[in-house]
Ligand binder design. Sequence first.
Ligand SMILES: [Zn+2]
Length: 300
Amino acid sequence: MKSALGDLAVAVDAGGTNTRVALVARHASAPPAVAVESIAAFRTERDYDPQIERLVSVIATARTRAGDHGALITGVGVSVGGRMLRDGAGVAVAPNLPAYEGRPLADDLAARTALRVRAAHDTVCGLLGELRYGALAGEERCAYLTLSTGLGAAIHLAGPDGAPGVNVSIEMGHQLLDGATRLCLCGQTGCLETYVGGRQLELRYGEPLAALDDPLVWETLAEKLALGLVNLAQLTRVERVAAGGAIALARPALLVELQARVNARLRNMTLRIVPAALGEQAPLIGAAALLETDPGSILN
Ligand SMILES: [Zn+2]
């Protein structure tokens, strides 16, 4: 893998279950394209310190591999399965990785590797990946949605003046729906995620959502998620949503169904729902894109 720019980024996608590390090269074509070379994939360590040790070791491997390509590492971008502290240096809330909360992940990796390290919530990384290289390229008002164990989203709002705008993760799954009475894992009652989150549905029905073939479950999921998407459009004025996450990516027909239900409800504006073009690599590629993104444009 040879970078047109002569340098490479190390991208880390540290999710609640699995961690992936890759070298990412940005090719300055029009539109820009990326090349991804996998370096490692492993189960995310539940404890924080062993995860840092492992990442430091894998980043050293990535550095050696970059050297083999005659390239330098420009920095490390980390996609984290949790909400970040306001300063972006560490993790604030990570329901699947509680041992990481309050720990300065970006600062610790920077100190141990002597590389520039940027970290962001996985929804923000997915958004940045799709904005630069995928289904949201050129969009001024758009969102990235991830539907898997939970429901997350990040929105991008910018003007037509070329300014970087703002990128922010939002609690898409924890908006309240009228008449909803289920207790959510977050502690609120009536959250959208109680109808669409893979983990909550698995707890309710006793088997993984992907294996559930009860049409009523899927119809209810589509109806409730459509309500959430209409709310999203009305509250943020986004016009295009790229949908990623295991459940959305495995069910293209779900997105068609969502589009029809959103069209039937939404007035005075339109919302286009498309699959994430980078698929499950969106957060990984977006983690590398973090290094090229104005830090001031990301609100943690
Ligand atoms: Zn909730």
